[in-house]
Design a protein around this ligand. Structure first.
Ligand SMILES: [Zn+2]
Length: 400
């Protein structure tokens, strides 16, 4: 790192974690955004706040879909046509939710006010490319211990990495068992004896609905790594870029809200600015959960299937990783979602950076131990270094 920075990333993380819990649509989230806006203004930028409404609880969305699948499986034993139709509708609604494409059942859940804070850092010369940096201010509630207790989750990640080369997401299991339920119900309508497996799948969905329903009311996590770390890196990058703008690349800093509620901030940003941000010359970079472990760039992401990132963006990451003095970083395929999923699904250039431990698990993920004490400042430095190198690589390409 050549120049001293006015942003101290550890201070930023401690400040964000000292606020009331930054749950989606909460007072804490609003104050987190206020803090980010004040830091951007102190760097000489002109942040604006873009308000929107969104469903406030990510786990409730899973619970609602699993609950409807349970009801559809149970009703289906007495009223097969109705049960089959309800299961199929739940599958379609769940698919739309998981890929951020359409929202049916989620629209019935409680919503509240949230916001993104957006600031532009102009290029020094003619603008040829735009980079949208995204990091989320909001935090999750603690996940169901069955899946998120760190030792258990790490052991599962280690097992799957060894046996299959990568961990499936439990969400995939729930989604596909819902599809299997619909298929069994349809076969039942055709006269095949499928009542027992239909009943068994309905019980599985009842169990998932209970687990997720409980998590919907669990305690908020501090969110030091997920994602105060990303916000801190983004602010430090903004500091460098405001002092020394890139020749041909305008950088937008976007502190999102409601990421944990299912990418609400990224959805609002991409909708609101769709006309303004030229698809070909805009690069979306999400920085999410980079506070411990070793840095990865992703080749694609998605809950249900891998949505590949733009080939040029992936190539630039690979090239930057081999530059002299570059921080240690490797590729990774993510089976979860970050704010980058929204532009990726729309066919826009997207990329996510995250940090994982040796078992490919994000340390302290959605757990009460995601606190400032467990942040490794080296992970922040590596992410900032890689982000700035990547921006310079994009800009060098723009210069021709
Ligand atoms: Zn996150």
């Amino acid at each position: 790192m050549d120049n001293p920075t006015r942003i101290d990333m550890m201070d930023e993380i401690r400040t964000l974690c000292a606020l009331p819990p930054r749950l989606p649509c909460s007072e804490g989230e609003r104050r987190g955004h206020e803090h980010v806006a004040s830091r951007l203004a102190a760097l000489g930028l002109q942040p604006s706040t873009e308000s929107f409404r969104f469903q406030s609880n990510g786990y409730a969305r899973f619970a609602a879909h699993a609950g409807v699948l349970w009801a559809a499986g149970t009703v289906g034993l007495a009223a097969p046509w109705l049960g089959t139709a309800l299961s199929a509708a739940a599958n379609a609604s769940f698919f739309g939710d998981l890929e951020s494409r359409w929202f049916w059942l989620a629209k019935l859940l409680p919503a509240g006010p949230s916001q993104n804070v957006v600031a532009r850092i102009p290029a020094a010369g003619e603008v040829r490319e735009r980079v949208v940096l995204m990091a989320h201010v909001d935090v999750a509630r603690e996940g169901p211990p069955l899946f998120f207790a760190p030792e258990r989750a790490k052991a599962a990640a280690r097992f799957f990495r060894r046996e299959l080369g990568g961990a499936p997401n439990p969400v995939q299991l729930v989604f596909w068992s819902g599809v299997a339920q619909t298929a069994l119900q349809a076969l039942g309508l055709a006269g095949l004896p499928t009542r027992l497996p239909q009943w068994a799948l309905a019980q599985l969905h009842a169990f998932v609905a209970l687990q997720m329903g409980r998590a919907a009311f669990s305690d908020p996590v501090p969110g030091a790594s997920d994602d105060a770390s990303g916000v801190a890196v983004m602010l430090a990058a903004a500091d460098r870029l405001a002092a020394a703008p890139l020749p041909h690349t305008e950088v937008w800093v976007v502190a999102t809200g409601c990421e944990e509620a299912m990418l609400g901030g990224a959805l609002d940003f991409c909708d609101r600015h769709a006309a303004e941000l030229d698809a070909f010359h805009t690069w979306y970079l999400a920085i999410d959960t980079v506070g411990a472990g070793s840095l990865r760039w992703c080749t694609g992401e998605g809950f249900l299937r891998r949505i590949p990132y733009d080939g040029k963006f992936v190539r630039f990451c690979r090239e930057v990783a081999t530059e002299d003095g570059a921080p240690p970083v490797r590729p990774y395929t993510m089976t979860f979602a970050t704010d980058a999923l929204v532009p990726a699904v729309r066919g826009l250039r997207a990329m996510a950076l995250l940090a994982l431990d040796e078992d490919d698990y994000p340390p302290n993920y959605h757990w009460h131990t995601d606190s400032p004490d467990n942040i490794d400042p080296r992970a922040l430095d590596h992410t900032l270094d890689f982000t700035l190198r990547l921006l310079r690589r994009i800009d060098a390409d723009a210069a021709g």
